[in-house]
Write a protein that binds this ligand. Structure first.
Ligand SMILES: Nc1nc2c(ncn2[C@@H]2O[C@H](COP(=O)(O)OP(=O)(O)OP(=O)(O)O)[C@@H](O)[C@H]2O)c(=O)[nH]1
Ligand SMILES: [Mg+2]
Length: 671
């Protein structure tokens, strides 16, 4: 098999038209799909293999099968080739500069008028292309009929109707089970699309030019002989002018043309299934008064579920690590005559540290289930819409809310998602405030503390922490927009996609990927952090073992630092050091606590008020190393990145102080 890719196909289309869904189907990848525009912000490359023409003589002894690799590039969505924001420029430049051998232009068939504009521009550019008319399942549900052949003739490009979500095999069966009306027209569409793409690649058919007459009619396509076969790119000279083309020239005429094509080829159905469903659901979920309370109640339910349902599994895992596994290893090692320090490292370092984090996998899993569902159904863009009113008031675009919600998962992709904001000041502000959104890695910290100190009010305490994060983010945005990132904000133009059932297969795969990521972190970075913490708490500066961990390296350093946190209630050196290891990864706070504290000490040194102040501090203080590095990269400035970290930590300090003091007063007067 050839190692180097022989061909490259680029997937181009409007935002939210299903490019990544198709990409995942074509290449077996698992890139992020979500029901809102602007999910993909970087180009992603995957590949599939095809058989080299003339080599597939199955029973022909002479000819072995030679496979060729076709690279498929998933691009961010664009409305036109005159792009505005960073991720649109990536997509546009890829098509213009990298000369892909073929562009598959994915068109949302439920929204032809808007989507075909890009098709016209791609034609203007002159690259070889096919149109994949996606979402055919939805088109058919409405009873709409499209005359593809005629449309293909009028447009001058081959058109293949597909339903990327039904894709192939397992997924399509699950899609049906989930209530998807499978699309008759699009059945096998993805396979037909691949065949057509291969056909074009094999024969270097050139479908391009503004002039449909130039497109070879199917019967007199130039078929290359096997010997003379060589990869032929379309004439790059055509693209030399790519930068000089005024893509928006004659846009009124183009829209006129599109209207003609659509009215000549589309017979609208009677029903408007998606629209009706969407407006019904939106009547409640985006209601002016009910919208936000419903969102809060949903969050509360999720936290409560993660505690009650996840809690059952959490207990089992806890018993497994702290009793079954720890005892087994200890016995086994003792019998084998393993050195005491080694037993201590494995049992009290690794098992306690890594196990302490893994205990919370079920809780994380349930939270991810909800967040992913929010993203996949389209509810997330509604929340953005609801909060737009508040955001507008503070001068920030509602678009900022998407990176913010992604921040509930992990700050790294969330900070990157701020690229979708075209306004530079809005983008920087969003990057600054995204880490205030409580990421998944912080959940184990709360789960640990809330489980011990607030088990009767689990959902409420969690909701309080998450809301505090949101409020601090909003307040900070207001402050930043008034000071260092002054400037007008761009209007919110995100369209609300129709509600869609997620494709169960992709959905489960996404949750699994996220959970797996969490488990892998526990096995790698938390593993190493646990070993390090174990060493630092067991040895002093001359590397000799210490009896009392207060004399250890960690103990000595911690004792110097701890007074800083005294006013916040947790001036204990162990708590202080856990905040430091938390910079490596947030879960390491839990590992450190598990390694350093005995359960008795833990419950004695923390009270509910101190626990709350501690959680508030971990919620708001500087994010982990990976997030910090991302912030630095995206802001492209050490100065700003450090400023962000200092700002976040200062806010955390003040907030934890307030919570602690107010908490003490409340306890004093009420209890
Ligand atoms: N009903 C239906 N939904 C689809 C189909 N293809 C994609 N979707 C859904 O459309 C939404 C958007 O899909 P994506 O693949 O993320 O779209 P994209 O074009 O990559 O979007 P951006 O990366 O934001 O530009 C998701 O909710 C998909 O599940 C389809 O054929 N039928
Ligand atoms: Mg995408």
């Amino acid at each position: 098999m050839a190692d180097l890719a022989k061909y490259t196909i680029a997937l181009a289309g409007n935002p939210n038209c299903g490019k990544t869904t198709l990409f995942n189907r074509l290449t077996g990848s698992n890139q992020k799909v979500g029901n809102w525009p602007g999910v993909t912000i970087e180009k992603k490359v995957g590949s599939y293999t095809k058989i080299k023409p003339g080599t597939s003589g199955k029973n022909d002894g002479d000819k072995e099968t030679v496979k060729e690799t076709v690279n498929v590039v998933d691009l961010p969505g664009i409305y036109s080739l005159t792009p505005y924001s960073a991720e649109e420029i990536i997509a546009r430049n890829y098509i213009v500069d990298e000369n892909p051998d073929l562009v598959i232009n994915i068109v949302d068939a439920t929204n032809l008028e808007r989507n075909l504009y890009l098709t016209f521009q791609l034609k203007k550019l002159g690259c070889p292309m096919i149109v994949a008319l996606n979402m055919m399942d939805e088109v058919e549900q409405n009873g709409t009929v499209i005359d593809f052949e005629k449309m293909s003739e009028l447009l001058g490009v081959p058109i293949i109707p597909i339903s990327a979500i039904e894709g192939k095999s397992f997924s399509s069966k699950v899609a049906k089970l989930m209530g998807y009306k499978s699309s008759k027209v699009a059945e096998g569409g993805v396979e037909r699309l691949i065949a057509k793409a291969n056909d074009i690649l094999d024969h270097s058919y050139k479908y391009f030019g503004d002039n449909p007459q130039e497109i070879p009619a199917s019967e007199n396509k130039e078929v290359l002989s096997e010997e003379s076969f060589e990869k032929k790119k379309f004439d790059p000279a055509l693209l030399k002018n790519a930068d000089n083309i005024d893509y928006d020239e004659h846009s009124a005429e183009i829209y006129g043309e599109i209207e003609k094509i659509v009215s000549a080829t589309v017979r609208e159905g009677e029903k408007q299934v998606q629209q009706d469903r969407t407006s019904k659901i939106d009547g409640i979920l985006t209601n002016k008064w009910l919208g936000i309370p419903i969102f809060l109640v949903l969050m509360f339910i999720v936290f409560q579920l993660s505690f009650t349902v996840g809690g059952i599994f959490t207990d089992w895992i806890d018993v497994f690590f702290n009793e079954t596994l720890a005892e087994f290893v200890e016995e086994w090692f003792t019998e084998a005559g393993t050195a005491d320090w080694m037993i201590d490292l494995v049992v009290n370092g690794i098992i306690a540290g890594v196990g302490g984090v893994l205990t919370f996998v079920p809780q994380i899993f349930i939270l991810f289930m909800f967040l992913t569902l929010m993203e996949d159904t389209g509810y997330m863009s509604r929340v953005a819409f609801l909060l737009d009113r508040i955001f507008k008031y503070i001068g920030l675009s509602g678009k900022s809310f998407i990176p913010l919600i992604l921040g509930f998962g992990c700050s790294v992709p969330a900070v990157m998602a701020a690229r979708t904001l075209d306004n530079e000041m809005d983008r920087k502000t969003t990057i600054f405030i995204t880490p205030f959104m409580s990421c998944g890695a912080r959940l184990p910290i709360y789960a640990l503390f809330v489980g011990v100190f607030f088990s009767n009010h689990y959902g409420l305490t969690m909701l309080f922490l998450y809301l505090l994060g949101i409020l601090v983010a909003i307040g900070s945005a207001w402050l930043l927009k008034k000071t260092i990132f002054k400037g007008p904000s761009s209007p919110f133009i995100m369209e609300l996609p129709p509600y869609r059932l997620p494709d169960l297969y992709t959905y489960l795969k996404h949750i699994w990927e996220k959970t797996r990521g969490f488990i892998i972190r526990a096995g790698t970075i938390i593993f190493l952090a646990s070993v390090l913490i174990w060493f630092l708490q067991g040895y002093d500066f001359s590397f000799s073992a210490v009896e009392d961990s207060a004399d250890s390296i960690l103990g000595v350093v911690g004792t110097v630092i701890a007074p800083i946190f005294e006013p916040l209630g947790f001036g204990d050196w162990r708590a202080a050091m856990s905040l430091f290891t938390g910079f490596i990864a947030k879960e390491a706070v839990v590992s450190t606590i598990e390694i350093l504290y005995t359960p008795e000490d833990f419950e004695m040194l923390f009270t509910p008020v101190i626990a709350l102040a501690f959680m508030v501090f971990t919620l708001l203080y500087l994010p982990c190393l990976a997030a910090f590095a991302t912030i630095k990269r995206e802001l492209n400035s050490w100065k700003l990145a450090i400023l962000a970290a200092v700002y976040q930590t200062a806010i955390a300090y003040v907030a934890a102080f307030v919570v602690y003091r107010v908490g003490l007063l409340v306890v004093q007067y009420l209890m």
